[in-house]
Design a protein around this ligand. Structure first.
Ligand SMILES: *Cc1c(COP(=O)(O)O)cnc(C)c1O
Length: 429
């Protein structure tokens, strides 16, 4: 495959954009090589600037659950654009999408729209702190909740409770209010709570982790967190930016039958436009300005084009609920095929899957938390990534990302992918 034009575009971009990209993972730093420049996309395929056709397993990191350039979404945006692109005034469509979203998601009465998943999670934590009158939060190592200061925290040396900034620019002061726990380890969470009695506002987590590869919650983990929160007056925040409107119409809350206190959204809810949202029961949401004391705002929040794309997407998912079975079945088929291909070439691997989220880890140990995800072979992942790319398959350029299956993928596409995996497996250790 030739990447001449992508290479040239990347050289130009680096002159005026830091690292050539507007979000770091796009730069291919962890796999090496030159990022591919997308030119257009349709259904399951991306066409790059060199004219290569790629089967897409990233799907814009999740939003394109029905494939690229899905007609009802595109038409809704084009239509809306003709009436003006932003007003800074309320519009009817904001209520339309809010009603639909609240009807699809269990256990929430009200929702507020923002412009990204980062904003949604940042605002949800502020709301939790304001509502409970407490400062500290618990997050899990390896879970990603966007790039706001409170979340850019890594495990401190030795101590189980204190985190350290993992980016310059995040202050020690901020870090001391974020406690880091181990995913799928209830004991560790209970100890963290005990060591900070009466100080914890919320526990935030990805109910199915997708930012250290795909890591499903262990049996009883979510139930256990719910109970710890109830027993200690702590709010439970499900970050459903990835899982919302993907694992089920009502996301992980519906799939696992567990109620969170605040839920955050992004990705699918915007249909490919910049949208995030957070939702909760009335008592909590009414703590927000203008009726409550917790401030939160946005010039372009609820933007009509973004709402049109999101509404068209949610309508499709709400009206055709078989989509969720369809993508789950496709992902299970892919799982089986990839596992057979890697096993037949004796490649050590673990495949994690839940619904339409799946990831391959080049390790034979079960991958259940950040440490076990980090222990897998990155050398094999790099070879696998470039091998697959060369066969025309576009997976995430990092071993810590999930593949997102779209309903536009056909069984021929999946067979093509499994065949490519069989070829590439021969080059792996
Ligand atoms: C992508 C993601 C975010 C951040 O969303 P942005 O729109 O990139 O700011 C937050 N949480 C989770 C679980 C995500 O996957």
């Amino acid at each position: 495959m030739i990447y001449q034009r992508s290479s040239a575009l990347f050289v130009e971009a680096q002159k005026v954009i830091p690292g050539g990209v507007n979000s770091p993972v796009r730069a291919f730093k962890s796999v090496g090589g030159t990022p591919i420049y997308a030119k257009k996309a349709e259904g399951a395929y991306i066409y790059d600037e060199d004219g290569n056709k790629l089967v897409d397993y990233i799907n814009s990191w999740g939003p394109m659950i029905l494939g690229h350039a899905h007609k009802p979404v595109v038409d809704a945006v084009i239509d809306k654009t003709k009436s003006g692109t932003s007003f800074g005034m309320p519009t009817e469509i904001e209520t339309d999408i809010a009603k639909l979203a609240v009807s699809m998601v269990p256990n929430v009465d009200k929702i507020r729209f923002v412009n990204s998943g980062t904003e949604a999670c940042m605002s949800a934590v502020r709301l939790a702190r304001g509502f409970t009158g407490k400062d500290k939060i618990i997050k899990f190592a390896g879970c990603y909740h966007g790039h706001s200061d409170s979340f850019l925290i890594q495990a401190g040396s030795g101590a189980i409770t204190f985190g350290e900034p993992n980016s310059p620019g995040v202050t020690e002061g901020t870090a001391k209010d974020t406690l880091l726990a181990t995913y799928n380890d209830l004991d560790n969470v209970a100890k963290t709570i005990a060591a900070n009695q009466g100080e914890i506002a919320c526990i935030i987590l990805e109910p199915v982790a997708g930012n250290m590869g795909c890591i499903p919650p262990a049996d009883g983990f979510l139930e256990g967190l719910r109970k710890l929160c109830d027993d200690n007056d702590i709010l439970l925040i499900f970050d459903e930016v990835m899982t919302g409107f993907r694992l089920a119409p009502g996301g992980a809350q519906e799939l696992f039958g567990i109620d969170a206190d605040i839920v955050t959204f992004g990705k699918v809810i915007g249909g490919g436009l910049p949208v995030g949202a957070f939702a909760a029961r009335t008592e909590i949401m009414d703590y927000l300005a203008p009726i409550g004391p917790v401030y939160q705002a946005g010039t372009l929040s609820g933007n009509p084009l973004a709402m049109a794309a999101g509404l068209a997407m949610l309508k499709e998912l709400d009206a055709n609920r078989n989509i969720f079975n369809s993508i789950n079945e496709k992902t299970a088929y892919l799982h089986k095929g990839l596992a057979e291909a890697l096993t037949s070439e004796n490649v050590e691997h673990t495949i994690n899957r839940l619904g339409s989220m799946i990831s391959i880890h080049f390790s034979e140990t079960p991958v259940t938390n950040f440490d076990s995800a980090a222990a897998a072979s990155n050398g094999n992942f790099k070879k696998f990534f470039h091998g697959m790319l060369n066969e025309g398959i576009y997976i995430a350029p990092s071993a810590f990302e999930t593949w997102f299956i779209s309903d536009a993928l056909t069984y021929e596409d999946l067979d093509f992918t499994i065949e490519a995996c069989r070829k590439v497996a021969k080059s792996l250790l």
